[in-house]
Design a protein around this ligand. Structure first.
Ligand SMILES: O=C(CO)COP(=O)(O)O
Length: 261
């Protein structure tokens, strides 16, 4: 069994302005400190809106917090005439560790293709960021029992021309679209089925050792009440948390899932 450090990442989506971000991160840090959270045992990260990141960086640096942070998206380009885009290099300059790429809301509302997601994964890696590559099926695809095939195609598309050395840095987040913001959680068995299939495909694309090094997260209505059963599955290495990450106490409780097994 590989030694993968679990990651709990909070995707704030388009919530919390920079002042609210400071309060939320402060409360999260206090809640984790009160719970004697071991960051070496479970990594904790927040993905705030771009306009918050400089404020989060300042707080993390000033208070020497072990919390990681990152973006929710980035450009496939480093710089240039791309109005409204944010360079992964600029995120790295702000001390970001992670960047989510190919979230289903980006795929749905901004028509992001696997090709574009792949270009963003490579741009993020080039900037020294760890991309959180989001993949997952919608309800119709699951009902047609094509969810594994669909999700693995997104995985392959997102990782095209990514080397074995680079992919070790990539975090894969399996987020079934039907479980996002709906209160409908995939069962721990559903999460494990896909995480296992993702790892098996990584073995085919790369090799066993590389596949064992890649973290696979589950996302979709994760809460402190259901996280422990999901984390008990052998191929699930953390969670990408939306709504519940906006509440610092609740998110801290998710990060401390080991204390409520
Ligand atoms: O999309 C998600 C995280 O990226 C999941 O969102 P919820 O946790 O709100 O369902």
């Amino acid at each position: 069994m590989a030694n993968r450090t679990p990651l709990m990442a909070g995707n704030w989506k388009m919530n919390l302005d920079h002042q609210q971000a400071i309060q939320t991160v402060q409360k999260l840090a206090w809640a984790l400190r009160d719970g004697k959270h071991d960051f070496g045992a479970v990594e904790v990260a927040v993905l705030p809106p771009f306009t918050d990141i400089r404020s989060v960086q300042t707080l993390v640096d000033a208070d020497k917090l072990e919390l990681k942070y990152g973006g929710q998206d980035c450009s496939a380009h480093v710089s240039g005439a791309y109005t409204g885009e944010t360079s992964p290099v600029f995120l790295a300059k702000l001390g970001a560790t992670y960047v989510a790429v190919g979230h289903s809301e980006r795929r749905q509302y901004h028509a992001e293709s696997d090709d574009l997601v792949n270009a963003k994964v490579k741009a993020a890696l080039g900037a020294g960021l760890a991309p959180i590559l989001c993949i997952g099926e919608d309800l119709e695809t699951r009902r047609a029992a094509a969810h594994v095939q669909h999700t693995l195609l997104q995985l392959e598309g997102g990782l095209l021309d990514v080397s074995a050395e680079q992919v070790r840095k990539v975090v894969v987040a399996y987020e079934p679209v039907w479980a996002i913001g709906t209160g409908e959680t995939a069962t721990p068995e559903d999460a494990q089925e896909m995480a296992e299939a993702i790892r098996a495909r990584l073995v085919e694309l790369y090799d066993e050792e590389t596949a064992q090094a890649v973290r696979v997260l589950y996302g979709g209505s994760v809460k402190s009440s259901n996280v422990a059963s999901i984390m008990a599955k052998p191929d699930v290495d953390g969670a990408l948390v939306g709504g519940a990450s906006l509440d610092p106490e609740e998110f801290a409780a998710i990060a401390r899932y080991k204390s409520h097994i």
